[in-house]
Design a protein around this ligand. Sequence first.
Ligand code: GDP
Length: 203
Amino acid sequence: MSVYPSAQFLISAAAAAQFPADRGAEVAIAGRSNAGKSSAINAITARHALARTSKMPGRTRLLNFFQLAEGKRLVDLPGYGFAEGPPPERDAWARLIEALAQRACLKGLVLVVDSRRGLLPPDLQLLDWAQGLRHPVHVLLSKSDQLKRNEARMVLAKSAATLAGRGSVQLFSARDKLGIEEARAIIDHWLSEGPDAGGEAAI
Ligand code: GDP
């Protein structure tokens, strides 16, 4: 049974004017191309094809909004785009991301990182950005099924050390269904925060 039985793709936005209304709660999910982000979205939402839309050609520079339940959304950030592409495209992307960041409904950022690579400079750049916005960050070390138990332990420890308290981190495998409950619990928690919760439990 699907965890979010009414989960649906909402819109691919090229401009802030196309964003859904700034109400409810949103969690952004980012990852470099091929990091396993679409697989993670599908695994966490238990919807096999939910994130397929983001794979459509020409949609790489768009923000993809998914509604998990009424007032609860995931926003798929394809690639990072900070240092890629020609300047006009880069600026447009930066504006789009900044507009997303300004939304009151944005509650946190999930960063999908290939566990075989670990956290790299572009990941840390994104982390700094999220930190500047005071949004919590959770890192999924994806494709952990590809690592030996020892290697997995090491990459987890190393990533936690690199994060140094700036975010939480876990091993994740969409293929082997590893760490899905853990990731889902964090996203659910962020999405359940009221508009004024500010990271603390609302009284
Ligand atoms: P995206 O570009 O970040 O959305 O990445 P995808 O979800 O499309 O995955 C990129 C590639 O990694 C595909 O070939 C997937 O089959 C593979 N992949 C994704 N998740 C896993 C996983 O948990 N384990 C393994 N072994 N491969 C995975």
